[in-house]
Design a protein around this ligand. Structure first.
Ligand SMILES: [Mn+2]
Length: 366
């Protein structure tokens, strides 16, 4: 038997502070599309159930279009049961509007609720939406002889802690008969032992929604053998796009074109897909005379990659020796700043970089 464990899809997430308007809009459609593709995958792999361990939605008001797409996908696949545990970002979601809910959509509430997955009841999914309440852990009672999957949404902690929202105290879940603890809330995949019998796992999100969610994203496929009493979790990378934050050292580079070449070389070496979303951090020491435009670099790289953002974290380097004998105004300026006792070396370099640009008649930028 197969189950899927997913979480933190965050449908309809605005992402407006992360990307430009058009990219955010396209990304919202991609997140929904990937979730629907997950259901197609479940059909192909003959998966019996999909556990959604919280944060299916990101906003309190879900658009009718998104709700309808999800409802239809659930209704069209009666062979798959959807176990939907609401997280801190979810709202009433489907229950709004008073329409009858699909039979293959199961909810959890404040109390522990259990659902058998197979007809014989050998595999049972149990969950509560009140992960932060200590009482819930004291009440948990699971049979010894079934495969017990428990789902919760919150932050793993060793002990119950004050001030941690939706704290999941692992110490209270050990030796309670759990085979697989399907968690949501943390957006990166993590699988670790719980006790001698079981493991706990965060599936992570399905798609990265910003550069704080870089790397491989996907879900967990559970291969379950009820005869042997075995649960085998496998992480399946599934995101349409990967996000990367890549620091590139552009020391001694003099212009934007050369900077692009250095970056492209790095991206080719790292085998970064043209479908990726990239945040390039320029670092290293560059000459105060160098002319590097982050806008131009981003624009050029956008020809080859889906989305590129460039941040300049280089530090200016001044070869004072070059200016020592220069009789121009520029030489005089550099020598004056260099001789200043009140400025740090870094500040001197920054002042010189601005001054040289101003003397060249350019905008005073930084
Ligand atoms: Mn989340």
């Amino acid at each position: 038997m197969r189950l899927i464990h997913t979480a933190d899809i965050h449908l309809e997430s605005r992402m407006s502070s992360k990307f430009d308007k058009d990219t955010a809009k396209e990304r919202r459609a991609e997140v929904l599309s990937t979730f629907l593709r997950l259901i197609d995958y479940a059909v192909e792999q003959e998966v019996s159930g999909i556990i959604i361990a919280g944060d299916l939605f990101d906003v309190s008001k879900v658009s009718a279009g998104t709700l309808k797409s999800i409802r239809t996908a659930i209704e069209n696949n009666p062979g798959i049961t959807f176990f939907y545990l609401r997280g801190n970002h979810d709202t009433e979601g489907f229950t709004l509007g008073g329409e009858e809910l699909p039979e293959n959509l199961k909810f959890f509430d404040e109390k522990w609720t259990s659902y058998p997955v197979d007809a014989e009841g050998r595999v049972v999914i149990t969950g509560t939406e009140a992960a932060g309440e200590i009482m819930r852990y004291e009440e948990l009672a699971l049979p010894e002889n079934t495969i017990n999957i428990v789902t919760l949404h919150g932050q793993e902690c060793e002990y119950m802690q004050q001030g941690v929202e939706d704290c999941i105290p692992l110490s209270m879940l050990r030796d309670r008969g759990i085979d697989y603890l399907a968690l949501g809330h943390i957006h990166s995949y993590k699988l670790a032992p719980l006790d001698a019998r079981g493991v706990y796992c965060y599936s992570g999100c399905l798609e990265g929604r910003g550069f704080d969610e870089c790397g491989e994203k996907g879900f967990v496929l559970l291969e379950i053998d009820p005869e042997e009493g075995k649960v085998d979790p496998v992480f399946i990378p599934f995101a349409k796009r990967k996000l990367y934050e890549i620091p590139v050292d552009i020391s001694h580079v003099e212009d934007s074109v050369a900077a692009c070449e250095r970056i492209e070389e790095r991206l080719k070496n790292d085998k970064v897909s043209s479908q990726a979303m990239l945040k390039i951090i320029l670092n290293g020491e560059i000459s105060v005379d160098a002319e590097i435009s982050t806008e131009l670099v981003a624009e050029r790289l956008s020809e080859d990659y889906y989305y590129v953002k460039v941040k300049d974290e280089t530090s200016p380097h001044v070869s004072y020796e070059d200016y020592r004998l220069e009789s121009s105004l520029k030489g005089e300026f550099v020598r004056k700043v260099y001789a200043s006792a009140d400025l740090s070396d870094d500040m001197k370099a920054k002042v010189i970089r601005c001054g040289i640009k101003a003397l060249a008649g350019e905008e005073f930028l930084s």
